[in-house]
Design a protein around this ligand. Structure first.
Ligand code: CA
Ligand code: CA
Length: 587
């Protein structure tokens, strides 16, 4: 290009940026959120659509063109303490909203990468996040940007200024509660869960009026606790039962039963149900709580208007390995014998993939997606695990001095065959793209008792790799057959989300720092770019001024360096960071 050409390009870009600046986004409506997956000009929900499929119909960036994409800007989250950046960006009218570690929110001009505003929640000293000071993203509604904080509050900010409009205490952080998930908005209500299963909290899903933050209903997720509907700020007389205390729990243990729905939920308008997963029963030592311990390690279908549990499916009854069961339940339809099946898929921390009927929770099929599973030999006709009793960590009260039960080697490790990192479903290939890990653990039980605000595990553990060459495995899985269509093996454990597009591409980042693009049908790597720190965030794509963009957060951290045992050793040289990278094709 000659000098004159460069000048023309420069002045054009100045003109374009002047015309677009300052970026102001329009109010987000329920309709915008319901249509999010189909509308390529914005991303206004966590999961890129409330069903959580993380699929985009955009195809300008495809298997033929992706080699040409390049970064157009990178934005630093700043701060002295860079920790895991697990956020998914939202984008509306050229403004990007992302969260950073330590409960921070940023509005960024999506054309230029310029900061529009920043909000810092200024957390108290006593917060108790179990697994790094992360946050997974905001919700947008009306003129509000809404997110949950590590001290268990919901904060609503004005989308144009970043100023606080309202703030609500959801739970008591001193009891071990925190919020890390992105809230979702359904029919004008903010729906949020809470974290804290490692502290013996009582899990809870709540709905708040998305305009003024008033509580609408609350749904505890441990059997025995009542749910309530609130009208005009007052609790209504009649509670909605969540089952009787003591049916599946011994004594008073249901009062500190965990089952925290810490990963947030999805929603399917076809059946008008929320889907939330619940975490481990507390404490981890399962010998203290004989029984199934409902509704821990389960998927719950919840009525969005009342908070009533419509159906539940428990993936790990009497969980003794911290398998949780929070993994996202993604709605999808498929054809069988000329009929449309309204299904939902979920890849559980316990190593099994489940396909459920999302109308009634019936088990359709399940299959292992982890290479090594030691704790169960399979699933029965109802999807209940067939336990390998010898692989349950032993009862400490049966040991010589009563301090430590028999240690066993269990696979998957408690960090899961798949942890929080969201998978994607492509309606083009009819495959799920599942970010998974192959690791195992030594695990043993110890005596414990509940004390408010203290760790409530009753277990010790060390996570170990199974294979020398890899821990992470991205798997393309056919939910109709359980067949693995392709895999990509990664040295470090995978900890970031997946995105599928109509361009026959699957995007994912790895802890080594690369944004990777795969051929959705074959798994062949079509593009890679190193973002300078590990990727544990979820990539998104959208269209702006006729061009397709890809964005992802970079910033290594999360649970692996903190809880990963021998695996943490393997990844300890990875550098921390905190930035948003944005890519597109050259003009
Ligand atoms: Ca959209
Ligand atoms: Ca847990």
């Amino acid at each position: 290009m000659n000098n004159k050409g460069i000048k023309t390009v420069l002045s054009l870009s100045v003109l374009i940026s002047l015309a677009l600046s300052p970026a102001v986004s329009a109010n987000v409506t329920d309709k915008d959120i319901l249509n999010d997956q189909a509308t390529t000009g914005d991303v206004v929900s966590y999961g890129m659509g409330l069903r959580g499929q993380r699929y985009s119909p955009l195809a300008k960036i495809n298997t033929d063109t992706v080699q040409e994409i390049r970064p157009v800007w990178a934005f630093s989250l700043g701060g002295e303490k860079q920790r895991g950046q697990e956020s998914q960006p939202l984008i509306k009218d050229g403004v990007m909203y992302v969260t950073g570690s330590y409960s921070r929110v940023y509005a960024i001009d999506a054309n230029t990468g310029d900061e529009l505003w920043q909000y810092d929640a200024r957390l108290p000293d006593g917060i108790m996040p179990c697994c790094d000071v992360i946050n997974r993203g905001v919700a947008l509604y009306g003129e509000l940007v809404i997110f949950g904080t590590l001290d268990a509050k919901l904060v609503a900010l004005n989308k144009d200024t970043g100023k606080v409009v309202w703030k609500k205490k959801v739970e008591d952080y001193k009891a071990g509660y925190s919020i890390t998930a992105a809230p979702i908005i359904v029919k004008g209500k903010i729906i949020t869960g809470v974290a804290g299963g490692e502290f013996g909290v009582v899990g809870n899903v709540r709905a708040y009026d998305a305009v003024n933050g008033q509580l609408v209903w609350e749904r505890p997720t441990v059997e025995g606790h009542m749910g309530y509907i609130w009208k005009d700020g007052k609790k209504t007389e009649n509670g909605i039962s969540g089952g009787k205390p003591g049916q599946t729990w011994p004594g008073d243990l249901w009062k500190s039963g965990g089952a925290a729905p810490w990963l947030g939920g999805t929603y399917d308008p076809d059946v008008d149900l929320l889907f939330f997963g619940t975490g481990n029963p507390a404490p981890w030592n399962s010998h203290l709580r004989p029984g199934d311990n409902l509704f821990s390690s389960s998927r719950l279908a919840i009525d969005p208007d009342t908070g009533k549990i419509v159906w539940h499916f428990q993936s790990t009854p009497h969980d003794g390995w911290d398998f949780d069961g929070v993994n996202e339940l993604i709605s999808f339809d498929y054809q069988e014998n000329g009929k449309t099946i309204k299904a939902a898929g979920s890849a559980d921390r316990n190593g099994f993939f489940y396909v459920l009927n999302r109308e009634n929770g019936d088990y359709i099929r399940g299959f292992p997606f982890a290479d090594k599973i030691t704790w169960a030999s399979g699933l029965d006709k109802n999807g209940r695990p067939i336990f390998v009793d010898s692989n349950r960590p032993g009862d400490p009260s049966e040991s010589k001095d009563g301090t430590q039960g028999t240690s066993v080697v269990s696979a998957p490790a408690f960090l899961g065959a798949k942890n929080w990192m969201p998978m994607a479903y492509s309606k083009d290939t009819e495959l799920f793209y599942v970010p998974s890990n192959e690791w195992e653990m030594d695990i043993w039980n110890e005596p414990t008792a509940y004390k408010k605000g203290a760790a409530y595990l009753g277990a010790g553990f060390t996570i170990k790799p199974i294979n020398e060459g890899y821990i992470g495995v991205l798997k393309a899985i056919d939910p109709k057959t359980g067949k693995e269509v392709w895999r990509y093996q990664n040295y470090a454990p995978l900890w970031g989300g997946v995105l599928a597009t109509a361009g026959n591409l699957v995007f994912m980042g790895n802890p080594e720092g690369y944004l990777l693009a795969f051929d959705a049908k074959t798994g062949q790597i079509k593009y890679k770019f190193n973002t300078g720190s590990g990727i544990v965030g979820s990539p998104v794509t959208w269209e702006m001024n006729g061009e397709q963009y890809i964005s992802v957060l970079s910033g290594w951290g999360g649970a692996v360096p903190l809880w990963g045992g021998d695996v943490a050793q393997r990844v300890k040289h990875f550098n921390q960071g905190g930035s948003v990278w944005t890519f597109k094709l050259p003009k």
